[in-house]
Design a protein around this ligand. Structure first.
Ligand code: ADP
Ligand code: MG
Length: 723
């Protein structure tokens, strides 16, 4: 394509000014500090009890809170309010209502009632529910989540809520995420109490790192695939892409910096503590990360940030791409989820301790996480599997299609030492009855561990685990709730085992040690520090019995395995019915994504690829004819040789494309007629996806030979290098 207006300078419509961070931070959030100015003290203490101590939320306090919240919002220019929730189609949903109420005296009032804060019935029956709401009881309700503060965007007060059916069945990501946080709180607190009776609560921390691509808005608009599917369905790699690694951590282009600056200011206003920004590996790829927070809030903030990014990017004439693989041949985007557990006494349970006793606690939690990830490795893969992320999984760049855990050399050595020690060697109880862990001295240096293995999907990084397999467009809650529940369930099992042995008269420290030692042996298969992209690893992983499935529709089955069902129901995070429905949503989502992609591909081929290819073909044929009409036959033969070869090549690609697009249509028809959602997704995976790959191959070959003047689609080299 010949570039004309695309790179013209258009000043961004930025409104941001440089204000001090401290003054603007959370200025649009109904924070605790602000609450204390707007809510009566007795109500406030009840509300804080709900937030801090997991006390049930009574309807009675909602009225006073609503009154204060509305007053504050109104003073900040809000005229509307919305329950803000996270349905299963990804993204967030809002249904705005004005504060208007009839005053029954012929006028109106502006108010927010307790009921309006507490619960709404947005109905929202078009959101996916996996068949859960097909009955007359199909109403969907949103209910206030007081643990995540309300905030204002524009003229609207946004109230974070859960979204459930009339029957209480979860229809969103937030409900089970909160349940999983409660489950791990309870289970981890009980295990902590083996070490410290003062621990009353355990929080889950989440620090996400959001990767994304930026594309110039006008070029984006010329690519139907980017507009409709968020990724390029065709396009040959440009001669230069990321080989030189010259983009990674490089200088941020001025235009991008302006976008990032405005984004940061707006994020800070909404209380999102964004901290780092940098270029990523691929051209036009960037990353943004906040300071970690409580997992529920962190997840809300990630969802909020994603919508903020889309909005602010447009102001700077960019389009932001959250797709996991918008461009083939260069790195895709992930959303690393940094996860840790912290007690109310301020101890990070995944941070090596300062003394042997706290190290035993650290090892206890570490090994229980390993056990959980080992048992549920297939499920964890299912929690991050999607049509988009499938392009990353196993695609010879992060992450591999097998879940394994990287621990690093020091920690591996420490676990080996524990594994091989006798209890007597390991546990030395001195005269004062203080326990000493005689082995496995875990040096503090571990905290500065830079031994990073970028090929691992789940890596220990000094004081937390980093779940790297999560896709950039995903709601982190899907992965986090699976991890939380698996670990919670494992901690419950651990606690029961410990207690039964203690009750049988064995000393606590020895019991803890013995069980940990057994666990280390039991879950060894999940530990892998080598190159996760290597072919040999796949073979080895298979031998170790790890889940090696690569087909997304089949990976989704893992939600319904016996061990997943048992784990989710025992922890109370998801019922059988909810699991079944979530799978249906996932299968359906997969099929819809591929259905749209294959349709867009068909259209693009017919409208954008074949016409320029045919036109160029006719130019070549004209040439050949003209040469033949001017030159003697034997000379013309020689002179037209290359053109004739090219004609043949182009013709072959065109024929292949036409016949494959026909098959694509037929296959799609068959898949669309399949009533079973799982089977339908399998058909899309097995029959449609490979055809799309093949069509792509032919289109890319044409792109390389057809005259650039005729090619209407912006090419990778035009899309990918913002200056
Ligand atoms: P890197 O790219 O090296 O992994 P970043 O600094 O980009 O590191 O991101 C690290 C993320 O991990 C940040 O969101 C940070 O807040 C988060 N993080 C740091 N410590 C913890 C912790 N103890 N628990 C959870 N998240 C953490
Ligand atoms: Mg990271």
């Amino acid at each position: 394509m010949a570039l004309t207006s695309a790179w013209e300078h258009r000043p961004p419509q930025t409104s941001s000014t440089c204000a001090s961070l401290e003054t603007i931070f959370a200025e649009n959030v109904f924070t605790r500090k602000i609450m204390s100015e707007y809510i009566p003290e007795n109500i406030l203490s009840q509300l804080f009890d709900v937030i801090d101590n997991n006390k049930p939320l009574g309807r009675d306090i909602a009225g006073s809170v609503a009154l204060g919240m509305k007053k504050w919002a109104h003073e900040h220019g809000a005229t509307h309010f919305t329950h803000w929730f996270q349905p299963l189609n990804g993204g967030t949903a809002e249904k705005h209502e004005s504060f208007i109420e009839i005053d029954h005296k012929g006028g109106v009032l502006e108010q927010l009632s307790g009921n309006e804060l507490y619960q709404q019935e947005p109905d929202a029956s078009s959101f996916p529910s996996g068949g859960l709401r097909n009955t007359f009881e199909a109403r969907g309700y949103s209910a206030w989540d007081p643990t995540s503060p309300a905030f204002i965007i524009g003229d609207t007060l946004c109230i974070p809520t859960i979204f459930v059916a009339y029957t209480g069945v979860a229809l969103d990501y937030k409900t089970p995420l909160i349940r999983s946080i409660d489950a791990i709180d309870k289970a981890a607190t009980e295990v902590c109490n083996f070490f410290d009776k003062n621990v009353k609560r355990v929080h889950v921390n989440l620090g996400w790192e959001q990767e994304y691509f930026l594309v110039d808005e006008s070029l984006w608009a010329m690519r139907p695939d980017l507009v409709m599917t968020g990724r390029t369905l065709m396009g040959h790699a440009s001669a230069k892409n990321q080989q030189l690694d010259d983009h990674y951590f490089g200088t941020i282009p001025e235009r991008v910096l302006q976008f990032m600056t405005e984004l940061e200011i707006e994020s800070h206003r909404l209380g999102i503590p964004v901290k780092t920004r940098h270029n990523e590996v691929a051209p036009n790829q960037f990353e943004l990360a906040p300071i970690y927070e409580d997992a529920n809030l962190a997840n809300d903030h990630n969802q909020l940030l994603m919508s903020l990014m889309e909005r602010i990017a447009r102001k700077h004439h960019f389009c932001v791409l959250f797709h996991e693989k918008p461009f083939s041949g260069i790195n895709g985007s992930g959303k690393h989820c940094n996860w840790s557990l912290e007690t109310n006494t301020g101890i990070n349970l995944l941070s090596p301790g300062k003394n042997p006793y706290s190290n035993l606690q650290f090892v206890t939690f570490l090994v229980n996480v390993l056990m959980a990830v080992h048992e549920h490795n297939g499920l964890l893969k299912a929690s991050i599997a999607s049509a988009g992320n499938a392009h990353r999984l196993g695609a010879n760049e992060a992450p591999p299609s097998v879940i394994s855990v990287f621990l690093g050399t020091q920690l591996t050595a420490a676990l080996d030492e524990i594994e091989n020690a006798t209890a007597e060697q390991a546990i030395v109880i001195n005269a004062k009855k203080e326990m000493k862990l005689g082995v496995a001295h875990i040096p503090e240096i571990l905290l500065d561990n830079t031994d990073r293995n970028r090929t691992s999907p789940f890596a220990f990084t000094g004081n937390r685990f980093e779940f790297r397999a999560v896709g950039s467009s995903a709601n982190c809650a899907a992965a986090m709730l699976a991890l939380n529940s698996a670990v919670a369930n494992q901690l419950i099992n651990f606690k029961n085992e410990v207690e039964s042995l203690i009750n049988a008269g064995e000393p606590k420290e020895k019991v803890l040690f013995k069980i940990i030692q057994r666990y280390i042996r039991q879950c060894k298969a999940i530990r892998f520090d080598g190159n996760g992209y290597a072919e040999e690893w796949l073979r080895e992983a298979e031998k170790r019995g790890l889940d090696c499935e690569t087909s997304v529709p089949l990976i989704i089955d893992r939600y319904l395995s016996d061990s997943s069902m048992r784990m989710f129901t025992q922890t109370g995070v998801l019922t059988k019915e909810e699991l079944q429905s979530r799978c249906e949503v996932k299968w359906e989502n997969y099929s819809i994504k591929l259905q749209i992609e294959s349709r867009v591909m068909g259209d693009m081929v017919i409208n954008h690829v074949l016409p320029p290819a045919e036109r160029y073909l006719s130019v070549l044929l004209d040439n050949i004819l003209k040469i033949k009409s001017i030159f003697p036959e034997n000379e013309a033969e020689e002179l037209t040789k290359q053109d004739r070869q090219l004609v043949r090549k182009i013709k072959e690609h065109i024929s292949a494309i036409i016949s494959e697009v026909d098959s694509l249509k037929l296959q799609r028809k068959t898949a669309n007629h399949e009533p079973d959602l799982r089977q339908k997704a399998i058909l899309f995976h097995d029959n449609i996806f490979p055809l799309m790959e093949s069509i792509r191959h032919h289109v890319n070959a044409l792109e390389l030979v057809v005259d650039d003047e005729l090619w209407t689609l912006p090419k990778y080299r035009e899309l990918l290098f913002i200056k």
